[in-house]
Write a protein that binds this ligand. Sequence first.
Ligand SMILES: [Zn+2]
Length: 342
Amino acid sequence: MLVVNGPVDDAGHEESGHPERPDRLSAALAGVADLHLGDDLVEVEVRSATRAQLARVHETSYLDELGAFCYEGGGDIDQDTYATFDSWRIAQSAAGAGLAVIDELRRRGDGVGFVAARPPGHHATRDRAMGFCLLNNVAVAAAELTASGERVLIVDWDVHHGNGTQSIFWNDPHVLYVSTHQWPLFPGSGGAREIGGFDALGRTINIPLPAGATGDVIERAYEEIAAPVVADFSPTWTLVSAGFDAHREDPMADLALSSGDFAALARSVARTPASPGRLALFLEGGYDLAALRESVTATLAATLGVERHDEERTSGGPGADEVQRCASERAIALRIAHESLQ
Ligand SMILES: [Zn+2]
């Protein structure tokens, strides 16, 4: 069973020529429709995230500033990131969409969640919009869960490092953040030595990969570096920052994944939760509409165990050496941090 949020009217969050555009959400929803789930598709009504829910991960001064900026008509926040008059309302709905999907999964104790909303969130920090992101949707959901005692794994396979999510949970031992991303690339953070703050050492895992890296490299990296830590952490929930801009057709970056690779990653991740109904995927990036649509279908089919002939998985790209180096840099950083604590 797939639980998806009902429609979020995102038409007002658009800037002419900007790649983060309403067509993306249409493509992702077309990818859901392509699954032909019938009664196995549940749509839940979206309410805006409340100020209290947003304030778990954002400074209230930032929420006030962003709201006022939009109310005054919006504009460019930085070189990449825009907001319009409608963006505050739409961003609150996008954050609320994640909460609605989580609520429904909890009520049912079954199913897989997909949060089809925009703007995306993983670059938004406590006090700053950046990288097309205004409010950190996945972080708002994770904080809602940890507030009721859950241990949350966040897997971020968007091609960009989720600097916002990492910084929000940097010192929080109840969240394990795992990111695979192209490096060097925007936003520039996400080195292997970034392992979490002193209260959460090891709870941040970064796996930077070179341009051209293929699915086999990313999957091996996940299995070798992340999987043992995930097993030790023993999450009670898994949230995925599911960007699809690591696809080889994507115009924003140069990793070389196929939709079949996302399906394989999704299968690995779906094996993690302790019990059913505790996995939700959040749309982040993905800017080639056809690749986005196909990747959403392949990924969700994999999490649902639906048989499907996926696009071939990819292999043979560079990155194996970087993964080894990443593992040893991480080990050194952990050792130094532990020694300095003694
Ligand atoms: Zn991205």
